[in-house]
Design a protein around this ligand. Structure first.
Ligand code: XLS
Ligand code: NI
Ligand code: NI
Length: 433
């Protein structure tokens, strides 16, 4: 036991009336919603990087946090793991997620990195024998070290492609060994700073080949986890190839990978792309591509990926509405890719931020389920398209321009516009919140 979280008890559900800050008011893991336990709907994950590796830096200043595990030795990495699993227990977190660089010190060579990761993975595996927390996904950090400054799979230097492929293999091995349910690829620097030095064709082909190798390795190992791409439009690079759900879908179709790969959709990234979160989720749902979500909001004024914990229930309600409509999570879940602010120095802040985020998502989920069960919103949507239920309308889709023109002339077709009833629907949604 470390003494980092000393005095903080396991967080329990006490209901909305409680005065105790260290309890859940809405997140009640065992409560059954639409036939499924809340914990099984939401499948919360703690992000190792933000909670344990982030030092409190911003572009204008460095470390503000003082954590006993900061340092680049294996002992420090193990202390970090001890504290992490203590926090998972306190929160009753069903899952966590990590990058290789979050959990192991950076070595001088690839071989050293590989050994360090394997040692920590063994350490995790021991802890996971007694912990209830499982691995939602693993991933490789192919963006922090300077070797990746011009990309990983899309780097003009084939040796960086090689280093990246070797690293991905290690991270997939780690994920499989720990029973992870997904493997995520976020293309941190897969994009460009300037078109003046960039070959778009080569970079796309190399990115696709790397992804194919990931899929091939998954099948070779007989692993049944999901491979997920995480879209983001920019930051750190000026333009990122995995811009948004629509762009990633086009890329997957272009290279014939659309049945092998799904998406991990992050709220903050949706906003950076100029979309709402529910837009990205709805589109992924309609394409059958919704794999998992990163549940962290951006500040709407800053235009930066601020990775804050969610605190807006109406937004969560619309988001989980799309998740439920898409059939809910199977292997995916709700990862808090969120960090506390750099002035939030205390161990308590780490716990309270997660409690708040979990409660906010739980309220959103409950509202979404009520909306879906009530059926009024879907009924209104169906009514809007009811014209298409007729045999004539269906047959038209199988006909051609000339026959359609003949009928329009013969029947003197002259459609009357109808209200889209937006405000009525907005009023309806507000009744569930
Ligand atoms: C960064 C991304 C990153 C991925 C994992 O903006 O959200 O944290 O989720 O590499
Ligand atoms: Ni992000
Ligand atoms: Ni993310």
């Amino acid at each position: 036991m470390t003494d980092f979280f000393k005095g903080i008890q396991a967080v329990k559900y006490e209901g909305p009336e409680t005065e105790n800050e260290f309890t859940f008011r809405y997140y009640n893991p065992d409560e059954v919603i639409m036939g499924k336990r809340m914990e099984d709907h939401l499948r919360f994950a703690v992000a190792y990087w933000h909670s344990f590796a982030y030092e409190g830096g911003d572009p204008f200043g460095g470390r503000t946090f003082d954590r006993p595990w900061f340092g680049d030795s294996m002992d420090a990495a193990k202390l970090k793991a001890d504290a992490a699993f203590e926090m998972f227990d306190i929160l009753g977190a069903p899952y966590f997620c990590f990058h290789d660089l979050d959990v192991r010190p950076e070595g001088k060579t690839f071989a050293e990195n590989k050994r360090n990761l394997e040692e920590i993975v063994d350490y995790f595996a021991q802890k996971m024998e007694t912990s209830k927390t499982k691995l939602l996904w693993g991933t490789a950090n192919l963006f922090t070290h300077r070797r990746f400054m011009a990309g990983a799979a899309t780097n003009p230097d084939p040796e960086v492609f090689a280093y990246s492929a070797a690293t991905i293999k290690s991270c997939m091995d780690a994920t499989m060994k720990l029973g992870g349910e997904n493997y995520v690829l976020w293309g941190g620097r897969e994009g460009y700073e300037t078109l003046l030095n960039t070959d778009l064709t080569k970079e796309a082909e190399h990115a696709a080949r790397m992804l194919e190798m990931v899929v091939e390795y998954k099948h070779k190992m007989g692993w049944d986890g999901q491979i997920l791409i995480e879209p983001k439009p920019q930051e750190p690079s000026k333009h990122q190839y995995d811009f948004d759900v629509a762009t990633v879908y086009g890329f997957l179709k272009r290279f014939g990978l659309e049945n092998e790969v799904k998406m991990n959709i992050e709220q903050g990234h949706a906003i950076l792309a100029g979309h709402s979160f529910e837009h990205e989720l709805a589109l992924a749902g309609s394409l059958g591509m919704l794999g998992s979500i990163d549940m962290n909001r951006n500040d709407y004024q800053s235009g930066w990926d601020t990775d804050q914990f969610p605190n807006n229930v109406p937004e969560m309600a619309l988001a989980y509405y799309e998740v439920l409509k898409a059939g809910g999570f199977t292997k995916g879940g709700t990862n808090f890719d969120a960090r506390i602010r750099r002035q939030s120095l205390d161990a308590e802040d780490l716990i309270l931020s997660h409690i708040g985020g979990m409660d906010c998502c739980a309220r959103g989920l409950k509202a979404a389920a009520a909306m879906l069960e009530d059926g009024k919103l879907e009924a209104a949507r169906d009514a809007r398209y009811a014209g298409w239920d007729t045999d004539g309308a269906k047959a038209m889709l199988g006909s051609d321009l000339a026959s359609i023109q003949e009928r329009v002339l013969a029947d003197n077709v002259n459609p009357e516009p109808r209200s889209g009833r937006q405000e009525r629907l907005e009023n309806l949604v507000n009744r569930y919140l």
